[in-house]
Design a binder for this molecule. Structure first.
Ligand code: 2RA
Length: 336
């Protein structure tokens, strides 16, 4: 496979390259793509050096698959150009996620809906991916009625500028601000921008994307997304009401049997998910599972995952793996 990584120098792009290498994705040629200022620079991949190319040159090279993590505006402009050239795009931005004609995919849940005609496939938002990974098996069994979720999101979700801001604040030096306030010793109830309805885009992604991925518009979701001075991953307190009652032992068994989900749930010995444990891993970790006694058919859980991996890069690479395994993408366009 000839694979382009668009946004190869960014945080997620770098993790995409790492994951492609770790999972030995069948790459015959890598085409790293970044902004004009990076064109010509070299990156190392599988002990080979590759020159970064421009978007136009990457389209002309006609890769088989293009993994995008370059922001929504770049994706809106360039993903269609790659698609028109016959390239299958897997895009990590929010640009295409709610487009009725585009698939929004978490492979373990709905990859089977991908067809050859899908030339732009959307990677869901990180906080959505980890939540639906934990909830999908329970939805199938007990049918979700309502979700109340509070997130505690890593600064890596914002990017390099936020990581640098926290480092500066640790060291007591001033510098460029990624947030309107200090993040050190703080918690910001402000991820992405505010919409007219008083919720942030990040909170509304949890509402809209969850309904699309689970293919159920009857699911009610309300969210509060908070940025915290944590690096290793996003954490979420999820309260979920089902149409049907459940058995806690069965809930644990369903989660335990779900590929990509790892139970970490034994408070008696201080075992529960934490970002310092999840960092660098691909699973979604679930713990603090307990019945919500304040109302029937309702469950509480704590969900943690590395937002740069399963929340972005790994999910995108897993979609690419599915495309190859199911022969949805097979021939190398350059040889066609
Ligand atoms: C964030 N989910 O955490 C968003 C984008 N990565 O900021």
């Amino acid at each position: 496979m000839r694979v382009a990584v668009v946004g190869a120098t960014g945080m997620v792009g770098q993790v995409m390259l790492k994951v492609l290498e770790e999972r030995n994705f069948p790459i015959s040629e890598l085409i790293p793509v970044a902004s004009e200022r990076s064109v010509g620079k070299e990156i190392s991949f599988k002990n080979n050096n590759y020159k970064i190319v421009s978007m136009a040159d990457a389209v002309a090279a006609r890769p088989d698959i293009a993994l995008f993590s370059a922001g929504g505006s770049t994706s809106l402009e360039w993903a269609p150009k790659f698609a028109e050239a016959g390239v299958t795009v897997i895009d990590n931005s929010s640009a295409w996620r709610m487009d009725a004609g585009k698939k929004l995919v978490v492979p373990e849940i709905n990859a089977s809906g991908i067809e050859k005609e899908d030339k732009i496939i959307a990677n869901p938002n990180c906080s959505t991916i980890q939540m639906v990974m934990a909830l999908a098996p329970l939805h199938r069994e007990y049918k979700i009625k309502r979700i109340v979720v509070s997130t505690y999101q890593s600064i890596t979700g914002t990017g390099v500028k936020a990581v640098k801001q926290l480092e500066n604040e640790y060291e007591g030096v001033s510098g460029e601000m990624a947030y309107p306030y200090p993040i050190h010793r703080n918690a910001l109830p402000h991820c992405d921008v505010f919409e007219e309805n008083g919720y942030t885009k990040e909170e509304m992604k949890l509402v809209r994307e969850t309904q699309k991925i689970l293919e159920d518009r009857t699911i009610s979701v309300t969210a509060t997304a908070v940025r915290v001075p944590v690096a290793g991953g996003h954490s979420e307190a999820v309260n979920v009401e089902f149409e049907k009652d459940f058995d806690l032992t069965e809930v644990r068994s369903l989660l335990n049997d779900t590929p990509g989900v790892t139970l970490q749930d034994n408070p008696d010995v201080n075992t529960y998910p934490m970002p310092i444990y999840a960092e660098g891993k691909d699973d979604v970790f679930v713990g603090r599972i307990r019945r919500d006694h304040s109302q029937p058919n309702t469950l509480n859980m704590w969900v943690v995952s590395d937002n740069l991996r399963k929340g972005a890069a790994t999910n995108a690479v897993q979609i690419a793996e599915y495309l190859v395994a199911e022969k949805i993408v097979e021939t190398s366009l350059s040889e066609a």
